[in-house]
Design a protein around this ligand. Structure first.
Ligand code: C5P
Length: 243
């Protein structure tokens, strides 16, 4: 069998050329990294769980009309996605103070924010993903003003939807990171679509009753029970694969 062409290997995923032009296979690894690769580890089974969780969430987002790159899951570790031009800007949406926001402003983790906020980070391992403003994004041409408007609108819709979805399974969506891409839709128009993945690797999820952390912070902060937390998120969403 012909070997697939590897297009890109990231920290948690590998991208292979897809079976049809304009498609990509997204392979979910068990590798975990934090603090821009300074902490590395393996969470056995994480890739399988994130593949399922992201499939579930992207499918739900498609159902409510949030354009995204997901086409279908192919197997335990792989999903077929549309090839998009990834924009070099990460959007972080925050509902509750935690992580770098809590640290930067000396806030107690868990403090409810008066309203949801969006932050922008420039995607660059060398520069450690610096926080940026809209001015930097448009000045350096990382995204056009219209693209940025679309990313913000989509992020807020995703947040509203996911807050409710997770609350329904007893989880608080504290914050999360999104990535976007640009592609030509079926009408040959340029469109901004959600890309990458949505999983406990890039969301903070706390149990509603106990405030227990059910996400990658368990790995970042050596809290133990990382795999079990990811499994519990998958179980609550009804997508835990059979052993
Ligand atoms: O560390 P910080 O508080 O800025 O992270 C905010 C959110 O963005 C968290 O949910 C974290 O998982 C996610 N994030 C990410 N990838 C990064 C940085 C943050 O998925 N490189």
């Amino acid at each position: 069998m012909a070997r697939r062409r590897k297009l890109y290997e990231g920290k948690a995923k590998i991208m292979y050329e897809g079976p049809e032009p304009g498609t990509i296979i997204q392979y979910f690894k068990d590798d975990a990294t934090a603090f821009n690769n300074q902490k590395q580890g393996v969470i056995t089974g994480k890739g399988v769980l994130n593949n399922r969780i992201s499939e579930y969430l992207m499918t739900k987002l498609t159902e409510i009309g949030v354009p995204n790159h997901f086409i279908r899951r192919v197997n335990m570790r792989e999903q077929l996605v549309h090839e998009v031009e990834i924009l070099p800007v990460k959007l972080v949406v925050r509902n509750v103070a935690a992580g770098s926001l809590a640290k930067r402003f000396g806030l107690e983790e868990g403090t409810q924010l008066p309203r949801s906020i969006i932050e922008y980070y420039y995607k660059s391992d060398e520069l450690n993903d610096p926080m940026i403003s809209e001015e930097h994004i448009t000045c350096f041409g990382w995204a056009a003003t219209q693209d940025l408007d679309d990313m913000v609108t989509l992020s807020l819709r995703v947040n509203d939807f996911l807050v409710g979805l997770f609350l329904g399974v007893g989880l608080r969506l504290i914050d999360f990171k999104l990535e976007f891409g640009r592609w030509y839709n079926e009408h040959d128009e340029v469109q901004i679509v959600l890309a990458d993945e949505i999983s406990p690797d890039n969301c903070r999820l706390w149990d509603v009753a106990t405030n227990e952390k059910m996400d990658k912070d368990r790995f970042r902060r050596d809290l133990g029970g990382v795999k079990e937390a990811y499994q519990e998120v998958a179980r609550r969403l009804g997508v835990l694969p059979e052993a």
